[in-house]
Design a protein around this ligand. Structure first.
Ligand SMILES: [Zn+2]
Length: 291
């Protein structure tokens, strides 16, 4: 069932979602084999400084966004969460361990999501409404996951990527906000990662590696199509480490046999500036009118 998200600002300008997955350079699926969770605390932490870079860019353009915080970071560096919240952005959850959802049991997933939600709510004093899975891992292998989010009182999810990929993807899912679960009068809304439909295929827009690897003109073309032809909000995502070309280098084969982790890191900031100049953005909470 479609969910009517806000797609234009009060002056009629199309509005989109700006989201940040607050994780450090080593807390990514591609590095699971080289830096397992147990060794995270031995890595150089760059998350506070890199989050500050994102906050600075948003502040320059007077944009508020949604920050999906990996809660291991919230426990180790609580000042990062307080800083994001005090700048007026929405704090949402990226879980605790960054383990792929379909590699967890439903009970492990429940514990991870509950711990993350409680930690963030204790830090900010505000209810956490939104969740995003590590590596968008809501796939056919984790169709039980939305039920867990609904049980734990989450109001929306942003983990479904309607594309084909070996790591993530639900290719036949709805492309724009919809009710993914409804039970006992409560609803969980899904805000899928943005694609554009072209010649019968869903092309990923999203952000992250797609933003870094592909030319900016592709992103702009795709978002305009979504805003003008489909009259829907697009959603952009970025990670603080994508603004950090000096981060340590590690050899990785990646989860798919390759990794885009280090590609065009030096170009992210300029592309984000153009995005923030060319489009209007708001937190997902506001687009879904859950404030
Ligand atoms: Zn992540």
């Amino acid at each position: 069932m479609n969910y009517p998200a806000k797609s234009v600002a009060d002056d009629g300008t199309p509005v989109n979602g700006f989201t940040v997955d607050v994780e450090d350079w080593y807390q990514v699926a591609d590095f699971d084999a080289v830096v397992p969770f147990e060794r995270w605390d031995r890595c150089e932490s760059r998350v506070a400084r890199n989050t500050e870079r994102v906050l600075g860019l948003l502040d320059e353009h007077q944009v508020k966004g949604t920050f999906f915080v990996l809660t291991w970071n919230a426990e180790h560096y609580p000042e990062v969460v307080r800083r994001i919240a005090s700048a007026g952005h929405e704090i949402a959850s990226h879980g605790y361990t960054h383990k792929i959802v379909y590699q967890q049991t439903p009970e492990e997933f429940r514990q991870d999501v509950a711990r993350a939600k409680n930690t963030l709510e204790d830090l900010t004093g505000e209810p956490v409404l939104g969740y995003r899975a590590p590596s968008f891992s809501f796939t056919r292998k984790s169709l039980w996951a939305p039920d867990v989010l609904l049980d734990l009182g989450l109001r929306y999810d942003s983990s479904v990527f309607p594309v084909r990929d070996s790591l993530y993807g639900l290719p036949d899912a709805e492309r724009f906000p919809y009710v993914i679960r409804e039970r006992d009068g409560r609803r969980l809304i899904e805000f899928p990662i943005t694609t554009t439909s072209f010649l019968g295929r869903n092309l990923p827009l999203g952000g992250g590696g797609y933003l870094r690897v592909l030319p900016y003109s592709y992103m702009k073309w795709g978002m305009r199509r979504v805003n003008r032809r489909e009259r829907q909000p697009a959603l952009v995502y970025v990670h603080p480490w994508e603004l950090d070309p000096e981060q340590p280098r590690m050899k990785t084969a990646g989860k798919r046999g390759f990794s885009s982790h280090y590609v065009n890191l030096a170009g992210t900031e300029a592309k984000l500036r153009r995005l923030l100049r060319d489009f209007r953005f708001a937190p997902l909470r506001d687009l879904l009118d859950l404030g």
